[in-house]
Design a protein around this ligand. Structure first.
Ligand code: ADP
Ligand code: ADP
Length: 237
């Protein structure tokens, strides 16, 4: 039931910065994993290497759908099914929520499509994704008119429009207040459960990891120091 297998993968950045020691870990289908650690621990590096946004210096990433990510074709296929959610959501500010969601969808279609009238099915899918994050009534609002939490929900809708089998979210709630953070994380987890999406989310708050994760992978000093269910995470960690 493995979705993604990381085999002896390490990352050293230019300047000899060891960001991730060789690591072997598997992510199961439908699992909601939180990468937990302080700033600089290596969360972002591990997360981004899962779809080769950061290129591993050693070892390999193996997708159960597409095989070893050791060539452009496989990396492209894997990325097409792996959606990303970012801390600063990377939305196009002057565009509407619906346009932003569509951008995510169309980015993974042939480029000449943008010259053709938008297929109705794409619009309907994008609208449906906004409905799922509770923003149907904001479809034609410009995203720079929305609150931080709403913008991050647009970011989640954009990820969903890609119909992913996996979602990677890098500190998705770091810019949000506590109540909004909990709401956004709860929404993300519920949607991933409903759709059987495998999720890997980096966070630095233990409290949210405990509350929402199926599994917590703790990172410190470029290595995994903990890998278990929230129930087994003892107070001292
Ligand atoms: P994070 O929020 O994950 O702690 P930072 O805010 O420290 O990350 O870094 C923001 C961006 O700068 C990231 O894309 C990261 O890859 C890059 N970065 C972080 N540290 C360095 C560094 N020492 N040299 C070059 N780029 C870095
Ligand atoms: P986290 O996400 O846990 O904050 P990162 O993966 O961003 O940790 O960073 C791990 C280490 O790698 C840190 O020491 C950071 O400064 C360094 N780093 C991150 N990105 C880069 C980069 N592009 N170039 C050089 N060093 C980097």
């Amino acid at each position: 039931n493995t979705m993604l297998r990381i085999d002896g993968m390490g990352v050293t950045y230019p300047g000899n910065v060891l960001a991730l020691r060789p690591t072997t870990i598997e992510f199961s289908k439908g699992e909601f994993t939180v990468l937990l650690g302080l700033s600089g621990a290596g969360k972002s590096t591990l997360l981004r290497s899962l779809n080769h946004l950061v290129r591993p210096t050693s070892g390999k990433v193996i997708s159960s759908e597409f095989g070893v990510l050791d060539n452009r074709r496989t990396v492209r296929q894997h990325r097409s099914r792996t959606a990303m959610v970012f801390q600063h959501h990377q939305l196009i500010e002057r565009h509407t929520a619906l346009q932003n969601v569509l951008t995510g969808r169309l980015a993974y279609h042939s480029t000449c499509r943008s010259l053709l009238p938008l297929p109705r099915a794409d619009l309907e899918l994008a609208y449906h994704c906004l409905e799922r994050v509770g923003l149907a009534d904001k479809a034609i609002a410009r995203v720079d008119q929305l609150s931080g939490g709403q913008q991050q929900r647009v970011g989640i809708a954009r990820a969903l429009a890609q119909q992913p089998s996996m979602i990677l979210a890098d500190e998705p709630v770091a810019s949000l207040d506590p109540a909004t953070s909990a709401r956004v994380l709860g929404l993300l987890r519920d949607i991933c459960r409903e759709d059987g999406i495998t999720a890997v989310i980096s966070l630095h708050q233990l409290e949210y990891a405990r509350r929402f994760a199926d599994r917590i992978v703790g990172l410190a000093n470029a290595r995994i120091v903990f890998d278990d269910t929230p129930a087994h995470l003892r107070q001292e960690h």
